[in-house]
Design a protein around this ligand. Structure first.
Ligand code: ADP
Ligand code: MG
Length: 361
């Protein structure tokens, strides 16, 4: 997939932006000192594909100070099909896909495909279980619409069942359990299937790029702590657990409590790996995510790399770059033009210099 055009109006510190890109120069280096608008430019692309900012910001925070609205627009090409996305925000959001208004955000997911690599990604590996759940939920929702539907249904049912427990209605819990078992079974199976695939790719790349002897892998553990062959088996278990949920005052187990473990030599990553290994692990995880999208959609997503390359040592920077620079359109933020030397094919490098929200021509 290729981004051909990007336009912005009043977005973050950009008054206007109008850039065109070409297939031949797929490595776009966004060069500026800190605080000039490099990440803001990546955020435009992230927003056009996810309809939200990647930093904890509301839509209102994205409007250039002193203005009342922002607009973003992009044109992309995917397997020779051209498309465009336009977003306007002025208190409410107006989204157009190929000039047609859309109301459901899920219609955009998977259209302009991007994978974002940021310094905070290490928290996917070393942060709390909830961060991993959110990460894999987004990962899977883009890959598989049925997962997204099951997840939404599960979250709604869970809320309703917890409310019933709170109002001491143990007589109606069974009513939720059948539907919960059906969707929870889908979530568990899809999570396990994805993690098996991700783990194989993750181990391989971690070994190749890191040149470590250590074995890195990923494990998914359902909070039910046992396997179920059918949703009926799961239902029996949930019905049996109801009395414990009722005693506790909420649903103790279920996909909302699942965990994903990053393991290095049989030990939890964050307890054993060096910071450098955790950083590399996070980068590789994102690369595996990109490869999974590629397998599914038969097109390579656009990679957005925000300062992460400079955190690796030189040898790993080179290996990581070799892994990505031929196959993807890249947008990489750097603080100096000298980093162009990492790329073997200099003809593929395009330098975009930014100063205080303006692109220098
Ligand atoms: N809504 C906004 N209006 C104006 N300026 C903003 C807005 N949001 C962020 N900024 C400015 O953008 C700059 C940071 O840009 P950023 O892209 O994060 O920098 P970097 O080049 O270091 O990645 C800061 O100077 C910040 O004040
Ligand atoms: Mg930045």
């Amino acid at each position: 997939m290729i981004l051909n055009k990007l336009k912005a109006l009043n977005f973050r510190n950009y008054k206007t932006l109008d850039l065109s890109f070409d297939k031949e120069r797929n490595i776009n280096l966004i060069v500026a000192k800190n605080g000039m608008g490099k990440s803001n430019m990546l955020e435009m692309l992230y927003y056009l594909s996810h309809l939200r900012a990647f930093r904890n910001a509301t839509d209102k925070d994205l409007i250039l100070h002193g203005q009342k609205n922002f607009q973003l627009f992009c044109e992309y090409e995917n397997k020779e099909i051209h498309g465009n996305v336009s977003v306007k925000f002025s208190g409410k959001k107006e989204i157009l896909l190929n000039e047609k208004r859309i109301t459901k955000h899920s219609e955009i997911l998977g259209k302009l495909q991007t994978v974002f690599f940021g310094s905070n990604d290490i928290s996917i590996i070393s942060g709390a279980p909830a961060e991993r759940r959110v990460y894999f939920d987004i990962f899977l929702s883009i890959l598989d619409y049925d997962y997204l539907v099951a997840l939404r249904t599960y979250n709604l049912l869970l809320k309703q069942k917890n409310a019933a427990i709170k109002s001491k209605r143990n007589d109606i819990l069974f009513y939720f359990d059948k539907q919960i078992a059906d969707v929870a079974f889908i979530l568990i199976k899809k999570r396990a299937f994805l993690v098996d695939k991700v783990s194989v790719l993750f181990s391989e790349l971690f070994k190749n790029i890191g040149a470590f002897k250590d074995l890195a892998l990923l494990k998914y553990v359902s909070s039910y702590e046992r396997n179920f062959n059918t949703s009926k088996d799961l239902l029996d278990y949930i019905l049996y657990q109801d009395k414990f949920d009722f005693e506790k005052g909420y649903c103790i187990q279920g996909p909302h409590k699942d965990n994903y473990y990053f393991i290095l030599n049989n030990t939890i990553f964050s307890k054993y790996a060096s910071l450098g290994q955790i950083r590399l692990g996070a980068l590789i995880l994102k690369l595996v995510q990109a490869k999974c999208y590629e397998n599914k959609f038969k097109t390579s997503p656009i990679l957005l790399l925000d300062d992460v390359i400079l955190e690796l040592d030189i040898e790993k920077q080179q290996k990581f770059m070799n892994e990505i620079c031929a196959d993807y359109q890249l947008f990489i933020t750097v603080t100096d033009e000298k980093y162009r030397k990492y790329f073997n094919n200099q003809n593929a490098v395009r330098i975009i210099k930014v100063n205080n929200g303006e692109v220098l021509q």
